[in-house]
Ligand binder design. Sequence first.
Ligand code: AMP
Length: 414
Amino acid sequence: MASKYQAPRGTFDVLPDTARARARIEGAAAAIFARAGYEPISTPAFEDTELFERGVGRSTDIVRKEMFTFEDKGGRSITLRPEGTAPICRAYLEHGMHKLAQPVKLFYAGPFFRHERPQAGRYRQFHQVGLEAIGTDSPLADAEAIMLLADLLAELGVPGVELRLGSLGSLEARRAYLEELKSHLRANQGDLSKDVRERIDINPLRAFDSDDEGTQSVMASAPTIVEHLEGDDAEHFATVRGLLDAAGIAYEIDPTLVRGLDYYTRTIFSFVCEGLGAQSEVGGGGRYDGLIEQLGGPPTPAVGWAAGIERILLALGEEGEAPRRDAFLAVADETQRQRALALASELRHAGLAVEVDLAERSLKGQLKHADRIGARRVLILEADGGAQLRDMKSGEQRPVEPGRLLEEIGGARP
Ligand code: AMP
């Protein structure tokens, strides 16, 4: 029955089993965040293109190659959001959230769009949950953000998770370091891949991420920013580490850690799951003390992260849970259809998961259908107002009193 229409390349339909698994992830995240005082926020799926150019950075792969950008009918350049932080900072400024008690702690979940080469764990439309704490430069906020992602992954049961931690220093320290890194790259130009060589000036940090052998050997002797941290930057990083140690969160310092967005300063982190293969990161983020100013606001330090829902699902190897079905209401006689629908509604109001036959099948057809959808019990309504309860596993069937329906069906819940 296939039609010639298919979900576009790099996108996918979320079918019911996976939709349930996703709801579990989003529900667990919302509960964990709410207990820590983070509040939900939702921003549009598209924004003015300039927000991402300024926010994410013109030199990044995301802005250079991966944005779904188009002109709207009024000639404005619009982009499907490739990430969530710049839009939330835009909303923070637009709604004067700097006047609220700081830090403003927010979380979100939703679809994001990047024109990447599709493969396992990498899609053109994907979904993230994430959080931001805006308006504090304290390392406590960095540590709390990391702890909340660790909590989420632990609660969901994601196996084999490792935390990598790094620091990019303040904007000034980073600028000085980048000059040093560029000199190292220029001195070894001949061994670099073409892509890295062409981007020495615009994005030298990405060289750490290259899978080209020559580039990797040049990077093995490259100066790292973690070794160069000084003063407040060094202290900030040491404090974050101390807080994570005190909280019992294991991590590995990764001096070569970089992220694909330009706005990060100081702490950056990445949770990887070895079982995932090439796209091994389940979630990551860091501090972005310059972003709000970059978007035209007052200097406002902040920290946040995002985790990929599809990556979490892959790591869990989850097929999704079966839906709960306490009972199926069947009718032994056509006169009972109305009663079945009214009774189903009554039982649902009492909190039970109950379905009725919506296709006017024969009793035999209804039992077959109930079996197919995995109902454990069928309540068969009879013409004389009586009812039989049938256990689908054993095939056992016995009369039940109308007054005891709720208990009988409720008691059948696994
Ligand atoms: P980023 O916004 O690049 O820092 O990515 C944060 C998280 O989003 C990653 O750790 C992944 O779990 C997820 N992610 C990023 N890009 C994709 C993609 N193209 N497909 C699926 N998940 C993605």
